[in-house]
Write a protein that binds this ligand. Structure first.
Ligand SMILES: Nc1nc2c(ncn2[C@@H]2O[C@H](COP(=O)(O)OP(=O)(O)OP(=O)(O)O)[C@@H](O)[C@H]2O)c(=O)[nH]1
Ligand SMILES: [Mg+2]
Length: 316
């Protein structure tokens, strides 16, 4: 079975293939959080302190984090003091409203810029080792292809053995071209070539796969900075998106990762991977001072149907 289907598959029906499978995959995480909440709500006749404590424990063990859980519980307790919460049904409605308010809060700081209409949208995928950057580059390429966009992949992970070949497989699966250099080559040089090619061919989306790096290693973070400067020199405002690829099973530790990458790499959004595993998903709503929760990735053309599991505007 082909993961993405052939390049001639009808792009008008992406739901039938990859995307319905992606929705299915992440549903386990959604069900895990909902099912846990449901166990509290379903048994609730009257909402008392004991109910709220049970709910608190569910939210904490679902990776929402202490600050977010506190914010939700404070609002619920406040409401219960002013006007009794009638029962499980009302508690569910209030909780839903709380979580929605967190996810829909306006993004406070800089938002990713849109590229000029004749320039490629340059997307960097960054993150620590093994989170799913290359896999996500392949998935994004397939997603844009299904939307009839022209896509170019840039193999800027010249560090890890076989990284270039790995992306090459994804490029072939998605039916898109790829620009590469030799193993050990300068990532900024291959990026320069890729942007030049994307500009010359008026490519819509340039997706740049970068090497995994620890956010604590300044030399490696400097390399990312050099890539950002190279992109900006060729297209003012580029990269237009820097997506931090995070393994959802990382749980709350991911926040620290996100904060540091945001500071030094100008992250504009987050891709949460491995939601098909044991991730509880609460990290999507997790936030603390100086950060914001993840939200569905905004589309350049202002529509609203990215593949499930992709989030943007995450931690700022
Ligand atoms: N279950 C699951 N596995 C995934 C997902 N995304 C990536 N993987 C797996 O995670 C492993 C690492 O994925 P890569 O895409 O190579 O990760 P990377 O961030 O590019 O890794 P480095 O380049 O080495 O830093 C591979 O075995 C992938 O198949 C996902 O959403 N779900
Ligand atoms: Mg990789």
């Amino acid at each position: 079975m082909k993961l993405f289907g052939g390049k001639n598959d009808n792009p008008a029906t992406p739901e039938s293939g990859l995307f319905s499978r992606m929705k299915q995959a992440v549903s386990r995480t959604r069900e895990s959080l909902s099912a846990r909440i449901e166990t509290v709500v379903a048994l609730t006749r009257t909402v008392d302190e004991q109910t709220l404590e049970s709910l608190e424990s569910v939210l904490l063990t679902s990776d929402l984090g202490v600050q977010t859980t506190n914010a939700i519980l404070t609002a619920l307790r406040d409401r219960a003091r002013r006007q009794a919460i009638e029962g499980g049904e009302e508690l569910r409605t209030l909780l839903k409203a709380q979580i929605r308010a967190i996810l829909e809060a306006p993004i406070s700081s800089q938002s990713n810029t849109l590229p000029p209409s004749d320039a490629p949208n340059v997307i960097f995928l960054v993150g620590v080792n093994g989170t799913g950057k290359t896999t996500s580059a392949g998935k994004l390429a397939a997603w844009y292809r299904a939307e009839n966009k022209s896509v170019l992949l840039c193999a800027a992970d010249t560090f890890r053995a076989a990284a270039i070949e790995q992306l090459e497989v994804w490029a072939a699966r998605s039916g898109v071209e790829m620009i590469k250099t030799r193993h050990g080559g300068d990532p900024s040089a291959v990026l320069y070539d890729a942007i030049s090619a994307a500009k010359a061919h008026k490519t819509d989306e340039l997706i740049v796969d970068t090497a995994g790096r620890l956010h604590t290693k300044s030399g490696l973070m400097d390399e990312l900075d050099k890539m950002r400067r190279t992109a900006a020199k060729l297209i003012p405002g580029a990269p237009h998106e820097v997506l931090l690829v995070m393994d959802a099973t990382t749980g709350q530790n991911g926040l620290q990762q996100a904060r540091q990458f945001t500071q030094s790499a100008g992250v504009t959004g987050i891709i949460l991977t491995k939601l098909d595993g044991t991730a509880k998903g609460g990290i999507c709503c997790g936030h603390s001072p100086g950060t914001q929760p993840a939200r569905p990735l905004r589309r350049r053309r202002r529509t609203n149907d990215r593949p499930a599991g992709v989030f943007s505007g995450g931690v700022r």
